[in-house]
Ligand binder design. Structure first.
Ligand code: IPE
Ligand code: IPE
Ligand code: MG
Length: 258
């Protein structure tokens, strides 16, 4: 089992950070745009690839802590449908990093009951990576702990387009009447069909945008931005974000409860 992150770090400010959280208001689903790897590296005079590698460490820690705190779903944006625009060298590096991540982490994730899932156009990835993804999903499918949802070759618009195609085919075949298309029909045609919408979206790196992430699902999520780059993002930042989230009032279009 994972050595408890908080006990390893006890007596530090992290423990009091954790105690400041309301255990009854832990967000069920946290989504993270893992951004700022390149800038982190460039500021240190390093190649961008070093930033991506350092970013994997942040993900490892955040997964552990999210699971420990009781978050049910963690969705991490690792590669967008637009990231293919980057130089070939960077794209291949990222693809091999995903593959390496699965090789190195699968045992520990599995032992800790993490259920790994991928969202995005997985069928456009290299066959060897697809194979590893398939194995990781199958192997951890019955796990009962944190759902780690990795968004690779993911785009919110592509996801909605795919949902429209799925629905159009059902209408065309007569299985569905167009009058009966509802929010629910759309939601259940997304990659995240069986997951709750994110309660909290975190974006590090200082950029204030969502970059084609979970366009449908983020409708009522709380947003938390920080200037810290992803490789510097530590468990204490996750706790900070959750604490801020716990102090917010979510109205979903209603009015303040008296
Ligand atoms: C996020 O970091 C990782 C991916 C998009 C794959 P970036 O590589 O976007 O880093 P910056 O934003 O250029 O600093
Ligand atoms: C979003 O970051 C995608 C991921 C973190 C995987 P980008 O770096 O691609 O986003 P933009 O280009 O700054 O909007
Ligand atoms: Mg970026």
């Amino acid at each position: 089992m994972w050595k408890k992150w908080f006990s390893r770090n006890s007596k530090s400010s992290n423990e009091s950070e954790l105690n400041s959280l309301d255990p009854l208001k832990i967000p069920q689903h946290v989504a993270i745009i893992m951004d700022g790897n390149g800038r982190w590296a460039q500021r240190r005079g390093l190649l961008r690839s070093f930033g991506h590698r350092a970013g994997v460490e942040s993900l490892r820690e955040v997964v552990k802590v999210a699971s420990e705190i009781g978050v049910k779903v963690l969705t991490a944006y690792a590669f967008s449908t637009e990231n293919w625009k980057r130089p070939d060298e960077e794209v291949s590096f990222l693809m091999s990093l995903f593959s390496e991540y699965l090789d190195n982490e699968i045992d520990e994730l599995d032992q800790n009951q993490v259920k790994i899932r991928f969202i995005g156009k997985i069928d456009e990835l290299a066959a060897s990576l697809q194979h590893k993804i398939e194995n990781a999903q199958t192997r951890t499918n019955r796990n009962s702990g944190l759902i780690l949802n990795l968004a690779v070759n993911y785009g919110g618009r592509a996801e909605i387009t795919r949902a429209v195609q799925i629905i159009a085919e059902k209408v065309q075949s007569g299985e569905l009447n167009s009058q009966d298309i509802s929010d629910y029909t759309i939601q259940s045609s997304l990659y995240t069909q069986d997951l709750p919408d994110p309660d909290l979206l975190i974006r590090p790196s200082g950029d204030l945008r969502i970059s084609n992430f979970l366009l449908w699902q983020l409708a009522y999520s709380e947003f938390w931005f920080t200037d810290i780059n992803w490789p510097d993002f530590k468990p204490k930042h996750l706790i900070q974000a959750i604490r801020d989230y716990q102090g917010r009032e979510r109205r979903f279009g209603g009015i303040k409860r008296s």
